[in-house]
Design a protein around this ligand. Sequence first.
Ligand SMILES: N[C@@H](CCC(=O)N[C@@H](CS)C(=O)NCC(=O)O)C(=O)O
Length: 211
Amino acid sequence: MKLYNYWRSSASWRVRLALALKNLPYEYVAVNLITGEQNSEAQRKRNPSGAVPVLELDDGTLLTQSVAIVEYLEETHAQGKLWPADPLGRARVRMLVEQVNSGIQPYQIPACANFVRDTYKGDEKLFVRHFIANGLDALEKLAAPHAGKYLYGDTVTFADCCLVPQLLGARRFEVPLGAYPTLTRVEAALNALPAFIAAAPANQPDAPKAP
Ligand SMILES: N[C@@H](CCC(=O)N[C@@H](CS)C(=O)NCC(=O)O)C(=O)O
């Protein structure tokens, strides 16, 4: 498998986490979102929206959308299950996933923030901060009743793979995290796990090298 992705992209990071937790090898192909490689003809052929991640299967099949990609991996690989077995647990994990995937992350991507700045002449940082803080407020309240060691109970789920990248996004946009004790406690526990260390942005081949 090949993963077209970018070191700091939160949606890419979710897929890297799932691949690491499931112990699946893959080839890392970098798409530089700062130089605009997401809009190259080659990347638009892989994904008409240009966005990363894109997972290319060994037979050439292309999959886009991190949640769909990880659901495919979940259904085709028994190891490292990322959703609970019971229907209510699965629904609750999906709820947390969507709170990040559709409720927060779309507002912070370059395509959205740059549009606010360039077309509406708005303050894109203020815009992004507003949606991240609103979304995290809800995520904290949704997660707290069922959180254990991790975001849902004591087993790592795909909700955890969405949480950690989103909190880095919050820090990049200088959103204070003091109001989210459940989220930050769980993040600290996750960041000690080998799969989370392996998938972290700083450990990717296209991350800028420390001076
Ligand atoms: N819902 C999509 C989101 C994909 C997405 O927004 N990717 C961002 C990086 S995290 C991207 O490629 N943005 C390109 C841009 O904003 O120009 C998924 O989960 O895969």
